[in-house]
Design a protein around this ligand. Structure first.
Ligand SMILES: Nc1ncnc2c1ncn2[C@@H]1O[C@H](COP(=O)(O)OP(=O)(O)O)[C@@H](O)[C@H]1O
Ligand SMILES: [Mg+2]
Length: 244
């Protein structure tokens, strides 16, 4: 069965898409290419039914050892249970749309955290098949409350393994915001990753250019930027081979 890791946070702009494609890229790099004619071992999937024009899938070309899949319709969501049963795909990372924009009263009426929109259906479909969850957060107090909603209303009730991952920390800003965020996460009793994904311009640029972390040029800064994703992959136990 494929392992399915969902990247979720109610808030947009926290790094769900960035962490999805780059962690998938590292995992695929470690697992290597699948035999000719078979599906790639790793998939990065965008479960935003609106589609996202800026998503990598439209730009990243051939030659990567993982698949990009963009779900477009509600019917595409039926694909997740199938994916989970796959013997060929080993690990799928699913990017989700967030649900900050869904009106509160509509969500309450529906009696669940997501409500009734297409994005809500996508969230439910993803979470129904996920094996584990990554919750990216920025070292930024504005993100604390949406993250609290995410974890208390969605992640903890599911009972799945999860890690909060601090993303986009710029060391030049000093450690105060980072430590405040770490303290907040720990004070809530949430699971915090030791890995911190630092802010590097190269990550922002890569998103625009449609490249992934394993394709960065080999200079010092690019290697540092990439290192964070290798560490995250180790921390979540991605890239394990069957060694028997
Ligand atoms: N570690 C990082 N370093 C630099 N830029 C980043 C980093 N993480 C995210 N970004 C940029 O921040 C923006 C939002 O990230 P994105 O992954 O699209 O968030 P989400 O999918 O949660 O909306 C994008 O422009 C992305 O390139
Ligand atoms: Mg996104």
């Amino acid at each position: 069965m494929a392992r399915i890791t969902a990247l979720i946070n109610r808030k947009g702009g926290v790094g769900k898409s960035t962490l999805t494609v780059n962690t998938a890229a590292i995992t695929a790099n470690v697992l290597g290419a699948a035999p000719e004619g078979e599906p790639n071992y790793v998939a990065a999937i965008s479960a935003d039914p609106q589609g996202s024009a800026t998503w990598w899938s439209e730009r990243v070309g051939e030659g990567l050892p993982f698949s990009f899949i963009q779900t477009k319709t509600r019917a595409d969501l039926d694909f997740f249970p199938e994916l989970k049963k796959s013997r060929k795909v080993k690990h799928a990372f699913i990017d989700t749309p967030g649900w900050m924009d869904l009106p509160e009263d509509e969500r309450q009426k529906a009696g669940d955290p997501f409500g009734k929109s297409a994005a809500a259906d996508a969230m439910r479909a993803v979470l129904a098949t996920a094996d584990d969850i990554i919750v990216p957060v920025e070292p930024e107090p504005l993100g604390f409350m949406p993250t609290k909603d995410t974890i208390e209303q969605v992640v903890r009730p599911l009972g799945l393994p999860y890690l909060v991952v601090i993303n986009n920390w710029d060391p030049r800003d000093g450690v105060a915001d980072l430590e405040q965020t770490q303290d907040f996460v720990q004070s809530q009793g949430w699971k915090l990753a030791n890995t911190v994904i630092r802010h590097y311009k190269i990550h922002t640029r890569a998103a625009l250019e449609g490249t992934v972390v394993t394709q960065y040029r080999k200079n010092r800064v690019a290697m540092e930027a990439r290192e964070d994703f290798y560490q995250l992959a180790v921390e979540i136990g991605a890239g394990k081979k069957d060694r028997r």
